[in-house]
Design a protein. Structure first.
Length: 97
């Protein structure tokens, strides 16, 4: 079984362009034979109401609450930590939008 992670961070911003595109894909995607999907996103200290922003998305979501997306992007410039190391759920493939 291949595990595929989708970056759901754009769904948490204003939904225009890539945010809407990401949300609609995540809402319609389901597990298929040999593939299991889950989402990843950053929610620093639980400040965002992600339940409302991810309404309609049925896949499990791994949330990193100890680092914000902005902090990760800034840190990555100097210390390129793999994206998969930021989330507990192991994935064979990560999809970024």
């Amino acid at each position: 079984m291949k595990k595929i992670a989708l970056e759901l961070q754009p769904c948490c911003w204003d939904r225009s362009g890539i945010g809407t595109y990401t949300y609609e894909i995540a809402k319609r995607i389901t597990d298929q034979d040999g593939m299991q999907f889950h989402g990843n996103l950053f929610n620093f200290l639980g400040k965002e109401d992600i339940a409302q922003k991810l309404e309609g998305i049925t896949m499990p979501v791994a949330v990193n609450s100890w680092c914000s997306y902005g902090m990760y992007r800034r840190l990555w410039r100097y210390l390129p930590i793999p994206y998969r190391a930021m989330f507990p759920e192991e994935a064979d493939l990560s999809v970024f939008f």
